[in-house]
Design a protein around this ligand. Structure first.
Ligand SMILES: NC(=O)c1ccc[n+]([C@@H]2O[C@H](COP(=O)([O-])OP(=O)(O)OC[C@H]3O[C@@H](n4cnc5c(N)ncnc54)[C@H](O)[C@@H]3O)[C@@H](O)[C@H]2O)c1
Length: 254
């Protein structure tokens, strides 16, 4: 007898940050599971490559050039996708500076993408699901940074902590519509965001994370995509307001 809980055939998914890394792997996996996937990003070339990756594998994808910080443009793209079943709000940026050197514009820039961008995606998706009466699933992208106090990561970790609170609040508000809202908080994953552009530095950074992981490795985008698939699918039908931590068991002790 076939296992159907992970089958997304006939569902429409929207993935932000789909031009690279975790977003691209998520879009590709949701398409493999049968969903029609709408990909949004500010990177036109990366978006094109993701769409080609999906369609070449026999999947269904559309690309939307959209900045998640622009609520109007994002709403337009979500509306164009038709009734949504799944939103994966993955787009994000990194910023690193010590607290005493952090400028207001740094904080504003990071919050605009990492928090407001996720808020805009959640709002647009929730409106689409409520209007169409869809019992959908919204997945936000937090980070292991919310479980630690990492020097230099104030802006980033504050933005991700805000995503966690948004996720819980929205889960409470949307439960009566049977819409589920959960966050994924990955550990270190090999993507453009964690690429140190220097082999030695990269090895050092990854070795530090590997030492902290009982599994003895860093993450790959596909590890996180599978966590998103779980939350997007009927396999997690009784799960809402949760933070799933695919991080190789890293406890973030500092
Ligand atoms: N890589 C990691 O170790 C790691 C760990 C924890 C959380 N995350 C989170 O996972 C998400 C994806 O990160 P990644 O590692 O795949 O990085 P990435 O840099 O490979 O991908 C991020 C994508 O977001 C897009 N993006 C950035 N600003 C945007 C905007 N304003 N509007 C639309 N798209 C925009 C980028 O163009 C890019 O395609 C982020 O939210 C990140 O904070 C990553």
């Amino acid at each position: 007898m076939a296992l159907t809980a992970y089958d997304l055939t006939g569902r429409t998914a929207f993935v932000t940050g789909a031009a690279s890394g975790i977003g691209r792997a998520t879009a590709a996996l949701l398409a493999r599971a049968g969903a029609t996937v709408h990909c949004a990003d500010v990177d036109e070339k990366g978006l094109h490559d993701t769409r080609t990756l999906i369609t070449d594998a026999g999947g269904s994808a559309r690309a939307h050039l959209a900045d998640v910080g622009d609520s109007g443009r994002l709403r337009e793209a979500v509306q164009a996708a038709g009734p949504l079943h799944i939103m994966a709000a993955v787009a994000g940026i990194m910023h690193s500076s010590p607290v005493l050197e952090t400028r207001e514009e740094d904080l504003d820039r990071v919050l605009a993408v990492n928090f407001k961008g996720v808020l805009h995606a959640c709002q647009a998706a929730a409106r689409s699901m409520i209007d169409a009466g869809v019992k959908g699933s919204i997945i936000t992208m937090a980070s292991g940074a919310v479980d630690a106090a990492t020097p230099g990561l104030l802006c980033y970790s504050v933005s991700k902590a805000a995503v966690v609170q948004l996720t819980r609040t929205l889960a409470a508000e949307l439960g009566p519509y049977a819409i589920r809202v959960n966050a994924v908080a990955p550990g270190w994953v090999r993507t453009a965001m964690t690429d140190r552009h220097d082999a030695e530095l990269q090895q050092k950074a990854e070795a530090a994370m590997v030492r902290l992981s009982p599994l003895g490795r860093v993450g790959e985008p596909e590890d996180i995509a599978h966590a998103v698939l779980h939350l997007a699918s009927d396999a997690s039908s009784f799960t809402t307001g949760q933070i799933l931590r695919p991080n190789g068991g890293v406890a973030m002790p500092w």
